[in-house]
Design a protein around this ligand. Structure first.
Ligand code: AMP
Length: 423
């Protein structure tokens, strides 16, 4: 009977050693920056009651309509693998009554999200996000802080080909006026709209503005700008965001077509776009959601957040820094059973001292072991055989400059540690 190998699920992927070093590097850079700015880590489950996402993201969004991994568990509760993190963080903020101690909270979380989109380069069904949220701050400075942090992180990662696109989506006071103005145009344009936009036209008309289908784009080219319909408060908020970004030298573009796919946004919406990714140009997105916490049953709480597409960011960073992966600090080439036993003991002791060691546990020739040391990219090789053990000296070879030195076997761990510290 022939057996086929089991493959991973379409749209899912493995992140392998060789890539994970880069992911860790990005993750550390993000965590350092966010913690320096007072964000604290929160970890929320990857599964929630379906209702949480339906109520927060919005029934008429692409995500809720057709992209969620939803199933009935054994007791027929409807559960969903999270398509994004904001809803869960809001739930946690409300459930743990965080507002009653201090409504102002800054959170970050990093982890997998799930959306059943059509897979393609840069678009996966399990993808990762680096997510940051500020609760309890209505001031436009919070909006600027988040956009500034994205800019700073990308600078630190040497991702330069990016632009911050920003728009305002207004608020429940002014948005209906804009929707009414848009409705006339949509009715006139109906024959040229795609099937999705025909549905959106009545239920979620703003979404037609950022549809990528050429017919819809053409129909929306002369659409009114929501910025012309903002109420005074939204206008002042938006002007303060743009003025402050300019004062901080953060480059941005006002993009009146930017809408974003989630219903809960109010006022500032933003997206970091890059030319480095082909069709999937958004590497991060976010916005303000002043009504969401209250609509989920919490106290009125202004809030704003962003999500970075980790997979896409890793792709860009990999293209400019191909060599984040490092080999072990030391390879031990041991010849003979006694030397190999000693080498194994040293490798455990050196590992505890923070020195990465690699060796082969089987009997192999010196030549084969040196080949292996090269293959794994070890910085140094310690060579030890039975005669070296007898003489009380081993040979330490620097693989970069090919120099060798004899080192005493007594206190070997300390000697190697010193040699590593001295470069
Ligand atoms: P969103 O949660 O839709 O605002 O998306 C925020 C960021 O997550 C986007 O700018 C993308 O970089 C990334 N992202 C969203 N969906 C996917 C996906 N299916 N595959 C990979 N990255 C994604």
């Amino acid at each position: 009977m022939s057996q086929t190998n089991i493959q991973l699920i379409r749209g899912f992927k493995d992140i392998l050693p060789g890539e994970t070093e880069l992911w860790q590097f990005i993750e550390k850079s993000a965590i350092t920056l966010l913690e320096d700015f007072g964000f604290r880590e929160i970890r929320v489950p990857i599964m929630e009651k379906t209702e949480l996402f339906a109520r927060s993201i919005g029934e008429d969004t692409d995500i809720v309509e057709k992209e969620m991994y939803t199933f009935a568990d054994r007791k027929n509760d409807m559960l969903t693998l999270r398509p994004e993190a904001t809803a869960s963080i809001c739930r946690a903020y409300i459930q743990h009554k965080m507002a009653s101690q201090d409504p102002v909270r800054k959170f970050y979380t990093i982890g997998p999200m799930f959306r059943r989109e059509r897979p393609q380069k840069g678009r996966y069904r399990q993808f990762y996000q680096i997510d940051a949220e500020i609760f309890g701050v209505a001031s436009p400075y919070a909006d600027v802080e988040l956009i500034f942090l994205l800019r700073t992180l990308f600078d630190r990662l040497q991702v330069t080909d990016t632009t911050a696109h920003i728009n305002s989506l207004g608020c429940p006071v002014c948005r209906p006026r804009f929707k009414a103005a848009l409705a006339d145009l949509l009715t006139a344009a109906a024959p040229t709209l795609c099937a999705d936009c025909l549905r959106r036209k009545d239920r979620n008309p703003l979404r037609v503005l950022d549809c990528k289908v050429p017919g819809c784009r053409a129909a929306m080219a002369n659409a009114p700008s929501i910025l012309d319909y903002l109420c005074d408060d939204c206008r002042t908020h938006f002007d303060t965001v743009t003025d402050t970004l300019a004062r901080l030298d953060v480059p941005f573009e006002i993009d009146k077509q930017l809408v974003r796919g989630l219903d809960y946004y109010t006022r500032t919406a933003f997206e970091i776009q890059t030319g480095a990714l082909g069709a999937q140009s958004a590497v991060a997105g976010g916005g303000r959601y002043d009504g969401l916490v209250e609509s989920l049953g919490g106290p009125p709480t202004p809030a704003i957040g962003f999500a970075i597409g980790f997979d896409r960011l890793a792709e860009i960073v990999a293209a400019s820094n191909p060599d984040v992966a490092n080999g072990p600090d030391l390879f031990i080439a041991a010849l003979g059973d006694t030397a190999r036993q000693k080498a194994f003991e040293w490798s455990t002791a050196l590992g505890c001292e923070g020195i990465g060691v690699s060796m082969v546990y089987e009997r192999k020739s010196l030549k084969a072991q040196m080949k292996q040391a090269n293959r794994v990219g070890a910085g140094r090789v310690l060579i030890v055989g039975d005669s070296e053990l007898e003489a009380g000296q081993a040979v330490l070879r620097n693989m970069a400059d090919k120099t060798q030195q004899e080192i005493p076997i007594d206190a070997l761990v300390q000697t190697i540690k010193r040699a590593m510290e001295n470069g």
